[in-house]
Design a protein around this ligand. Structure first.
Ligand code: S3P
Length: 172
């Protein structure tokens, strides 16, 4: 099997679930935001503040492309990976895509202080979460091979569910 990508809104639990799934499957775990931060030598929030979202999106697309040719990994993607059509094509081309679904309310509750999420920071964070999730929902669904609802589950339970579905489909 090729890469396993976890996509979904901020707060869906992608990074934690990816680590657990990678451990279960004995595969490397890649967190795309961490890859970008390493390459840029700055946290995501600083990249947004200093260079803007477009520069961040270009770094994100470049980080995704570096995975072609890498050994099959479990990849936690940033919540906005689906915004660019080229990224949606790359996800489909490079592996199996798992959409971890969350509501905007639950996402905000899980995130708490949104200081590290520039798109949700500030007084209008709740409205931004609702609007962004609404705009992205169809994009997440358009690339997903598997969808798992995370509301009411811990990231560990979500990881177990994903591993069970992969086994059932012969994709592990
Ligand atoms: C973003 C999600 C973040 C990070 C950046 C932009 C988004 O990742 O990539 O702040 O556009 O939804 P997480 O989904 O891991 O929080």
């Amino acid at each position: 099997m090729s890469h396993l990508f976890l996509i979904g809104f901020m707060g869906a639990g992608k990074s934690t679930a990816a680590r657990e799934i990678a451990e279960s499957l004995g595969r490397p775990c890649v967190d795309l935001d961490e890859t970008i931060e390493r390459e840029a030598s700055r946290p995501v929030a600083r990249i947004f503040a200093e260079d803007g979202e477009d520069v961040f999106r270009a770094l994100e697309s470049a980080a995704l492309e570096t995975l072609s040719g890498a050994s099959p990994s479990v990849v936690a993607c940033g919540g906005g990976i689906v915004v660019r059509a080229e990224n949606r094509a790359a996800l489909k081309r490079l592996g199996t895509v798992v959409y971890l679904k969350v509501t905007s309310g639950e996402a905000l509750a899980r995130i708490g202080d949104a200081g590290s999420r520039p798109l949700l920071a500030g007084a209008s964070g709740a409205l931004a979460a609702t609007t962004l999730l609404q705009a992205r929902e169809s994009l997440y669904r358009s690339v997903a091979d598997i969808t798992v609802d995370t509301v009411g589950s811990t990231a560990a339970q979500v990881a177990d569910t994903v591993v069970a579905i992969l086994a059932e489909k012969g994709l592990e």
